[in-house]
Design a protein around this ligand. Structure first.
Ligand SMILES: Nc1nc2c(c(=O)[nH]1)N[C@H]1C(S)=C(S)[C@@H](COP(=O)(O)O)O[C@H]1N2
Ligand SMILES: [Mo]
Length: 197
């Protein structure tokens, strides 16, 4: 390479190449929830994947923790323009959870405890791109941030990372979830600034 962009070293962090357009960096971890924080006991918690054939694959809290657990170090980007670098999480890869799932559908609706929904293409959940995360910064995930467990899809705007995740339902068409019905972009790539539709 050897090409250093002009003025980079003298300019402020809006020119940081890891910061998507229109974003600013924050050290805080803002809480953004459309409703109250549900109180979910891990003894009652269950996560499921439902296919177009009616098959339901489900995991209790204990069964989830018997699966291989990944350490994830990633930047996150909220559509309200904050980004946070180098967040650390632990969770189970969606590749692991989809390993035995037979589906031809290409879209997924994520459903949360409390009723939140968000849509995502299946391809964006696979190949090491998404997790069911239950630890943040070495601690159990705080309920405000989606504990006991949330979806983590760091390459898309953070509204796609459904807190208090309860299940995924396969869909043959891309249908809008909660924010997508309210004007947010159907896909939400932060590098393309796909904020609103
Ligand atoms: N269940 C649920 N998940 C959600 C939301 C929500 O309101 N409910 N808000 C989304 C939005 S808009 C963002 S930016 C992130 C915020 O996550 P945080 O509160 O941990 O920062 O969660 C996303 N996941
Ligand atoms: Mo958001």
């Amino acid at each position: 390479m050897g090409i250093i962009s002009r003025g980079f070293s003298g300019r402020s962090r809006e020119h940081n190449p890891d910061l998507p357009p229109g974003q600013y960096l924050t050290e805080d971890f803002p809480v953004l929830s459309a409703g109250p924080t549900p109180n979910i006991d891990t003894a009652d918690w269950e996560f499921s994947i439902r296919t177009e054939f009616g098959a339901v694959h489900s995991w209790s809290w204990d069964r989830l923790h018997e699966l291989p657990i990944d350490d994830i170090d990633t930047d996150i980007h909220c559509v309200t323009r904050w980004s946070k670098f180098g967040t650390s999480w632990r969770g189970v890869s969606l590749d692991t959870l989809f390993a035995d799932v037979d589906t031809s559908d290409e879209y997924v609706m994520a459903h949360s405890y409390g009723g939140y929904t968000t849509n995502v293409p299946l391809a964006d959940l696979l190949d090491g791109k998404a997790w069911i995360a239950f630890e943040f910064d070495g601690e159990q995930l705080d309920p405000e941030h989606g504990g006991p467990a949330r979806l983590l899809i760091p390459h898309l705007y953070f509204w796609k990372s459904a807190k208090w995740i309860r299940g995924l339902v396969m869909m043959d068409d891309d249908e809008p979830g909660f924010w997508e019905q309210n004007g947010y972009h159907t896909y939400g790539d932060p590098w393309l600034e796909q904020r609103y539709s």
